[in-house]
Design a protein around this ligand. Structure first.
Ligand code: SF4
Length: 480
């Protein structure tokens, strides 16, 4: 009998992609094989995100195409996974007969059983969040990686199923307890649930044994990690310190942080631990206190600035990245101007800028969306241009210096390879040596673009010499 083939597409954030990776691992353990082309798959899965309208639109369009295909291939299994499945379950089951499975993010624990049942029995299935009193058990199963005695080894993460050999994501918590007015995550993903430190250290060790040298920890509010692990004294600073001990690990990053949880302990850990990446993704969202209040973000511009001052007092080399929402209900031109000024004042290295769109089920969606589309578009362009100037200035400052790059693969430009620095800056350099992928190489920057740098690959000893020269000149320091 031939093995069933699946094709999985992710629409969403890194956490969504990691979920997809874990679902794939589970399916492969079950004997399924990945289909390179979606047309060859017996099971087509779409892992979805509800945070942005654009991502949702792409999923609805995709489902429209699958409806046509299913007319001629009735045995095809179509599954919608993730946040949209949680959010639009009723609609999909009642109005989209070609969708066979609707599985919310907290019901991935039995995903292989669910898919197998839909395929073999040709049954339509809806799986949703489990009751709150089983949430730790379900979360463990959901992550396919907990060996807590409840779930057992059967669901340990198969660390070998990963798209990139040297890099891995690790979900350390999920859900969110914050009340942000525009965000659907607390509804779709539920309350914060953190995984124990020992479990995470075990998983990181297994990843590193399999060749990983860079781990990115994921959580919707990653620096709120541990709040629900009552009595265990777990927080992100302690987790970073525990993971930092793993000898093969060279870089340790974490996304996405909330300004309210940038604690003194976390700042000290970031300053003291050399393997911790030199960037912090800390969404400000707006530079207007009036808008921040309407967004229910729980901080003011002054508080955000104070936290950053504390961070830079101890760790001045950390670059900041932000998310922004322009055109939130009630945002005036003056509010927006404050956002532009705040973006410039902090000097963010990167920003992700979104035009507000109401998400059904959120608090913001209940108030009038009173900023005209044309104003949202203009503000978006203004903030993008502001960020571009900041980014290119930071990139220009690197010209002539040597940076350490973890090589990720070939660039889109022929004859170039590409990778990232510890500050998450994209760097391209001339080479077609695929053997460099996964290695840390020295690159001297010669050109600055708005979203990346271009440089020349150096011999290792030249880089060490250059680092020694700079350290001697500065009295201390290391390669960036
Ligand atoms: S902190 Fe706010 S924006 Fe981020 S996931 Fe939680 S509710 Fe959404």
């Amino acid at each position: 009998m031939t093995e069933p083939r699946y094709h999985l597409t992710s629409y969403g954030c890194q956490m969504n992609k990691l979920d997809s990776e874990l679902v794939e691992a589970r399916l492969q353990q079950r004997g399924y094989r990945p289909a390179v082309d979606e047309e060859d798959a017996d099971v087509v899965l779409i892992n979805t995100c509800s945070v942005r309208q654009h991502a949702e639109d792409r999923v609805w369009s995709k489902l429209g195409k699958l409806r046509v295909r299913k007319r001629t291939e009735p045995s095809l299994v179509v599954g919608v996974l993730g946040c949209m499945a949680q959010e639009h379950k009723r609609y999909m089951l009642s109005r989209m007969p070609h969708v066979d499975m609707v599985v919310g993010p907290s019901a991935f624990g039995d995903i292989d059983d669910t898919i197998e049942e839909a395929r073999v029995k040709n049954a339509r299935i809806a799986a949703e969040r489990a009751p709150a009193n089983t949430r730790h058990e379900v979360f463990g199963a959901n992550m396919l990686s907990v060996d807590d005695g409840v779930s057992g080894d059967r669901i340990r993460r198969d660390v070998k199923v990963r798209p990139v050999k040297s890099q891995a994501y690790m979900s350390i918590m999920r859900g969110c307890n914050m009340p942000c007015s525009y965000c659907i995550v607390p509804t779709t993903r539920g309350d914060e649930v953190s995984r124990p430190i020992a479990t995470l250290v075990d998983e990181a060790n297994r990843l590193c044994d399999d060749g990983v040298t860079e781990i990115t920890l994921l959580g919707q509010t990653v620096n709120a990690y541990g709040r629900d692990l009552k009595g265990q004294g777990a927080d992100l600073s302690k987790l970073l310190r525990a993971l930092h001990e793993i000898p093969a690990l060279r870089r340790l990053a974490f996304i996405t942080s909330h300004p309210n949880f940038l604690s003194p302990d976390l700042i000290t850990a970031m300053a003291e631990l050399p393997k911790v990446a030199k960037f912090l993704h800390l969404p400000a969202q707006s530079g207007s206190n009036r808008v921040l209040k309407a967004m229910r973000r729980g901080y003011t511009v002054e508080r955000y600035r104070k936290r950053i001052d504390q961070l830079w007092a101890q760790a001045p080399d950390i670059e900041l990245h932000s998310d922004w929402i322009v055109g939130h209900p009630g945002e005036t031109e003056e509010d927006f101007e404050q956002t532009v000024q705040f973006c410039k004042e902090i000097g963010f290295a990167q920003s992700y800028i979104f035009k507000y769109s109401p998400r059904p089920g959120t608090l913001s969606s209940e108030v009038e969306d009173d900023v005209p589309t044309a104003d949202k578009e203009r503000r978006n362009q203004v903030l993008l241009a502001t960020q571009e100037e900041l980014s290119i200035a930071k990139n220009r400052a690197l010209i002539g210096s040597t940076v350490e790059v973890l090589v990720e693969g070939q660039s889109k430009v022929a004859g170039r390879m590409t990778g990232r620095t510890a500050q998450h800056r994209l760097v391209h350099f001339e080479s077609d040596d695929a053997g460099l992928v996964g290695q840390y190489v020295p690159v001297r920057v010669r050109e600055a673009l708005s979203h990346s740098c271009v440089g020349d690959l150096l011999a290792q000893d030249a880089a060490e010499e250059s680092a020694r020269d700079r350290a001697a000149a500065a009295g201390a320091g290391s390669v960036a």
